[in-house]
Design a binder for this molecule. Structure first.
Ligand SMILES: Nc1ncnc2c1ncn2[C@@H]1O[C@H](COP(=O)(O)OP(=O)(O)OP(=O)(O)O)[C@@H](O)[C@H]1O
Ligand SMILES: [Mg+2]
Length: 358
């Protein structure tokens, strides 16, 4: 069986500007695939080439095994949901959803069934007679989704579809979208610059930077084992600290950081002795929880920032006087550690990842 979408070494320039550079990936049928990266990294361009609104300069795009080089957008088995939903304001919810089927001259009985199913899927059956201006942002977003799904595309392309919603609604819609995707089994390619969104919904994430894919993997893969410094920094919160490499053996290295010598996992083997490690705020254990761990050191608490479910400690590491942040879960019972206290810190070798210092 062919994957639903395949990019083979795709490059796209706008004039001399390299927007997408040698991008390859495969999207398996029925999966939720996200393109994640900062503004301007080439996400929308990648999506627009999938839909046929842009064409690559180099490389091939296949959908269901078929080369799309000479296939116009309206002939592709894809459909797009945009950040601004662009509903027809004078039409009801029902007519908005039915619009594409009317254009395709779908028979009235079938149209009625399919629109009914689509509205039910997004939970808007009782809103069918309303006009868009009588809807909330989240409801409009659902109409846009129903309008795209009713056409039964093989692949649904979504370009930051939740961008205009406030945070609470976004989180609610993320779960809804995932449910709907599971229910219909359509392949979703989802563009976002929001890491939380990508981590929550995706089967696979392609992290993009400067027109390239830096890493492709499952959410947990990308979070736990970032393979580049950019990925370590962009996803989650990481301390980036200078170390000296004493020796590398396979996927592990011995390094030292001031007076502290320890073993770390290697992401990218550095060519020089001076290198960097990344360690996530929450992978550093503090106080009691640090004792007995393979890497142990101490730190001075400079400040404690209360963030509800967690406390962020700004600390100075005893070993090299580096400033770090440590995140500890807040249990609602104990008081945060007071500034000025020196505490034990510890972590596992797999908590740190080694990168070149460049
Ligand atoms: N039609 C165009 N002509 C010239 N440059 C373009 C065009 N479309 C996009 N670009 C440039 O290509 C780069 C990638 O754009 P793209 O829209 O793919 O980024 P993006 O990752 O979707 O960013 P955002 O998160 O801001 O939407 C940007 O630097 C952009 O300015
Ligand atoms: Mg974009």
């Amino acid at each position: 069986m062919h994957p639903d979408v395949e990019f083979r070494s795709v490059t796209k320039r706008f004039g001399s500007y390299l927007a997408v550079s040698d991008v390859s990936f495969v999207v398996p049928r029925g999966s939720f695939f996200s393109l994640l990266g900062p503004s301007g990294c080439g996400k929308s361009t990648t999506l627009r080439m999938t839909s046929g609104f842009e064409f690559p300069d180099v490389g091939e795009i296949l959908i269901a095994g078929e080369d799309m080089s000479n296939v116009a957008p309206y002939r592709r088995p894809t459909n797009m949901v945009f950040q601004r939903w662009a509903l027809f304001p004078h039409m009801t919810v029902y007519d908005n959803v039915a619009f594409g089927l009317t254009v395709d001259r779908v028979a009235p009985a079938e149209l009625k069934t399919r629109v009914g199913e689509a509205l039910e899927l997004v939970g808007l059956t009782s809103f069918a007679a309303r006009k868009p201006k009588q809807l909330s942002g989240g409801q409009m977003q659902r109409v846009a989704l129903a309008r795209a799904l009713v056409k039964r595309p093989k692949v649904l392309l979504l370009d930051e579809p939740l961008g205009a919603l406030d945070l609470k609604l976004r989180v609610q819609m993320q779960l809804e979208l995932k449910r709907i995707q599971r229910e219909v089994g359509t392949t979703f390619i989802y563009v976002t610059h929001d890491q939380g969104e990508a981590l929550t919904m995706s089967d696979q994430i392609a992290v993009m930077n400067n027109g390239r894919i830096e890493q492709l993997g499952s959410p947990q893969d990308i979070y736990d084992r970032p393979m580049t410094r950019f990925v370590a920094n962009f996803i989650g919160n990481a301390n980036i600290l200078p170390v000296e490499v004493d020796g590398i053996s396979g996927t592990q290295a011995r390094v030292h950081m001031g007076s502290l010598s320890f073993v770390t996992d290697v992401s990218e083997p550095p060519a020089t002795r001076k290198a960097l490690i990344a360690i996530r705020y929450e992978r550093i254990r503090i106080g009691e929880a640090a004792r007995g761990l393979p890497v142990m050191t101490r730190g001075l608490v400079r400040d404690a920032i209360f963030a509800g479910s967690a406390v962020h400690y700004l600390m100075t590491l005893e070993a090299n006087q580096a400033e770090i942040t440590v995140e500890a879960a807040h249990d609602g019972l104990s008081q945060p550690i007071a500034p000025g206290t020196t505490v034990d810190l510890g972590w596992e070798p797999s908590a740190t990842r080694l990168f070149p210092d460049a």
